[in-house]
Design a protein around this ligand. Sequence first.
Ligand SMILES: C[S@@+](CC[C@H](N)C(=O)[O-])C[C@H]1O[C@@H](n2cnc3c(N)ncnc32)[C@H](O)[C@@H]1O
Length: 402
Amino acid sequence: MITETSADGLRKQMAEELAGYPSLVTDQILAAVRAVPRHLFVPGVPLAEAYSLDTVITHRDERGVALSSSTGLTTMAGMLKQLDVHPGHRVLEIGAGTGFNAGLLRHLVGPEGSVTTIDILEPAVVEARQHLAAAGLGDVTVVHGDGELGVPENGPYDRIIVTAGASDLPPAWAEQMAPGGRLVVPLRINGLTRAATFERPGGFWRSLDADECGFMPMRGPGQTDEHNLSLRGQTGVVVRTDGGQPLDAALLEGVLDGPTTERWTGAVSGDFANLDFWLAALPGFARVIVMGGGVAAGLVRPMYPWGAMGVVDGDTLAYLTMRSTTSGDAPPYEIGVCAYGPGRDNLVDRLAERVAAWNEEMNGTGDQLWIEVHPHDAEQVPDGMVHVMRRYNQIIVGREPI
Ligand SMILES: C[S@@+](CC[C@H](N)C(=O)[O-])C[C@H]1O[C@@H](n2cnc3c(N)ncnc32)[C@H](O)[C@@H]1O
């Protein structure tokens, strides 16, 4: 039996746990977390789970792919801090989900402000309305529709926050933003996602910061063109690319069964800062995701538990691996490259050379990423490490010293 008292205690406990991440929270965010009862937004979920900092998945499709959730609290708090919400602000959230984050926003904007949230998944919209009403926050407007189009009737907004991975910044978000407004969005570029804060200094968006994060992608006409090729069904090695041509399954058939070429690059690092974006400019950039026991079976040795960045060139695949430079398997690590397929000796060198260039130019510099988003017909755009064309805009990612 759930009692208010036990939910109250857990709510305070959750806020205390969150306070242990001072770089992600403010006193105002913690007060909102203490005030909005998360268990009312995830009914049926055990209290201990509702009051953990973890993501709670609430909807899946018929294949089990997550469609909606209450985002994990550290990610959500970090994005709310980036958003810098003040009392009296008018806020638009894209991706209502359970309505919990809209509830936190409602608390942050106070009685003078307003919150509108939109979701493409109708059951989530119905539920978010019910959850917000149960929490006494029924004056949040919950709209059913495609967040790419925003909600013009309630704008302009001082703040827009997107809680699903976007592959572009559609024109509606600029049109519905008040002068001097701020947008926080998990922006996905070549399969890599950064939660970035954007302002519009002119006719384009420029990021103020960009933090690594993971989010379920936005769905609808603007959704990312992701290609997944499962190399080994049982061991769960999947090659994933974003945009461009689909991978050719026939060419990569059995590629992991052949011989491997391995190169050690001499690049040693503890954090591999922004190595992913550095590599994302390579033609054929991919992520090699290990979903099953591929590592345990000795089939692949990717550098991270989830897999590694890599490159595909027709019938040949290469990805990053690493080895400790200490006796205790601790950082720092040296980066290596494994390649498979007929062109492996060539591809291993191409990837290793790019890692060596990162080592020379970026490793340990503390350089930060910036992202600019310009319309296709912009006359002048800056040079950067990565330049991609999207439906509405061109996106450029560069780096600069802090
Ligand atoms: C991670 S959940 C949002 C979590 C939510 N903010 C919360 O506090 O519970 C992402 C949501 O984005 C929604 N979504 C995906 N594509 C969308 C789109 N094009 N427009 C609006 N919502 C979208 C999904 O249906 C899902 O509910």
